[in-house]
Design a protein around this ligand. Structure first.
Ligand SMILES: Cc1cc2nc3c(=O)[nH]c(=O)nc-3n(C[C@H](O)[C@H](O)[C@H](O)COP(=O)(O)OP(=O)(O)OC[C@H]3O[C@@H](n4cnc5c(N)ncnc54)[C@H](O)[C@@H]3O)c2cc1C
Length: 414
């Protein structure tokens, strides 16, 4: 007979819930703790814009999105990757579809029905949920699996487990529970943590005038392209859209370039990307249109009728060029194809979609157990990896939750 072991899973995001699922299936007694009143809050937030669960591209391409951490994540994603995510969702009664971009969504695009079905299944499997239990791992009382302190509405309590999976998330959207407070606690226990940085984030800079910011903040640049080459020669170039903010820029196209831009700013104080306002027209075509005699028409009606540039696109040209330069077709055409936007800072990590940095893989064994604190496993966005948006974040969070659970199962001999 197998003796049942108690495993504490701390953090009820996708990583912790997946760990709880795998652990309970192996016969462990699973207690899941979360600081906030209900689990999966960021998962639900992700569902607001259409829950992008995973991506349908070939596995090799999928893995390339994890950049320098591919080697560490590949074994986990080989076991629980995009295909398994879809099968897992189907097992919960949620069918998925592949969108035009190759991204995979639940048919109804929503997170809530999936989370509901998942929690139902976890409860039926015996997972016990302890909400409003904030784990306190501070250095005043060094933690291990056998001594886990929690702040609860009824006061402080200490829990003993045979193993623990920490799945506390990154440091963005702290109001949903993941506040990154764990980083110094783990450091103090000898677990090496790379600084938590914003990933898939917006930027300050761009140098908008008050006039531009008051008129165009919140408005999108649509059907544009950006390009950026960092000082090591790494290049990003893509079409898409993004939004002007009062102090800079944000949105999907910027998020996609954000790791390169962030690292360049950290290394050199600024990063200048080039914005192409008309990516579907060549420089020659734009120059020919700019040179076209405009007769008595104003510059703005010329820009609009010949080049289709108005609103925020015309506005950013006025930000870039002097009044005289705007009248010069060569300078105007050059700016249309390459508006320089100089960025000087990331937006704070709390506003980011995800977090880079975290528990370094070389401080863990291959089962994701912290070498310095045996019995303590780490999963999800807490780990030191990052990826663009596109379903990679959820897939890798769940894959690492499953991997940490397998590590605990093996250690406990379940
Ligand atoms: C706006 C937005 C949209 C997103 N959309 C997508 C998307 O479409 N596709 C995608 O793949 N990814 C998306 N993401 C990212 C994705 O949601 C996260 O990567 C994922 O939720 C990380 O899972 P996790 O389990 O590691 O951490 P989290 O989901 O952050 O969960 C961590 C949990 O730990 C708890 N916790 C933290 N500290 C403590 C403590 N001391 N004690 C107890 N509990 C604690 C928190 O309350 C929280 O419930 C989105 C993120 C945002 C912000």
């Amino acid at each position: 007979m197998t003796l049942s072991h108690t495993v504490a899973v701390i953090g009820g995001g996708p990583a912790g819930l997946m760990a709880a699922e795998v652990l309970s299936a192996s016969g462990a007694q699973v207690h899941l703790y979360d600081a906030v009143p209900s689990v999966g809050r960021k998962f639900l937030l992700a569902g607001r814009g259409g829950l992008n669960l995973t991506h349908s591209e070939p596995f090799d391409v999928f893995m390339s999105r994890f950049g320098e951490r591919r080697a560490q994540l590949e074994p986990m994603l080989a076991q629980f990757g995009p295909q398994q995510v879809r099968e897992w969702a189907a097992g919960l009664g949620i069918e998925t579809f592949v969108g035009t971009s190759g991204r995979v969504f639940p048919t109804d695009m929503k997170a809530a029905p999936l989370l509901r079905a998942w929690l139902h299944r976890l409860r039926a499997a015996g997972v016990q949920f302890h909400m409003r239990h904030r784990w306190l791992g501070d250095a005043s009382a060094p933690f291990d699996a056998a001594s886990l302190r929690f702040a609860t509405p009824a006061g402080e309590t200490t829990v003993k487990a045979d193993a623990v999976v920490l799945a506390l998330g990154g440091a963005s959207w702290a109001r949903l529970g993941s506040d990154g407070a764990w980083a110094p606690w783990l450091q103090a226990r000898g677990v090496d943590v790379a600084p938590l940085l914003p990933a898939n984030c917006g930027f300050d800079g761009a140098g908008w005038s008050e006039h531009f910011a008051s008129r165009f903040a919140g408005q999108p640049f649509k059907s544009v392209a950006i390009s950026f080459t960092d000082s090591q020669g790494r290049r990003f170039a893509r079409k898409g859209e993004f939004v002007a903010t009062a102090s800079g820029i944000e949105g999907s196209l910027i998020y996609a370039a954000s790791a390169l831009l962030r690292d360049e700013i950290a290394a050199h104080g600024s990063a200048t990307l080039l914005l192409d306002l008309l990516p579907d027209r060549s420089a020659e075509q734009v120059l020919a249109a700019a040179k076209h005699p405009r007769g008595s028409r104003s510059l703005s009606s010329h820009l609009k009728s010949r080049l289709g540039l108005e609103g925020i696109k015309a506005g950013v040209l006025h930000e870039t060029l002097s009044r005289e330069a705007m009248q010069d077709p060569a300078q105007l055409a050059a700016a249309i194809k390459a508006v320089p936007l100089r960025l000087v800072a990331t937006r704070p990590v709390d506003e980011a979609i995800s977090t880079a940095g975290g528990v370094r893989f070389d401080t863990l064994d291959e089962a994701l157990m912290a070498s310095a604190v045996p019995g303590v496993f780490v999963a999800g966005e807490m780990l030191d990896w990052e990826a663009p948006t596109g379903g990679y974040l959820l897939t890798a969070s769940m894959a690492s939750g499953a991997a940490a659970a397998r590590g605990a199962i093996k250690r406990l001999g379940l």
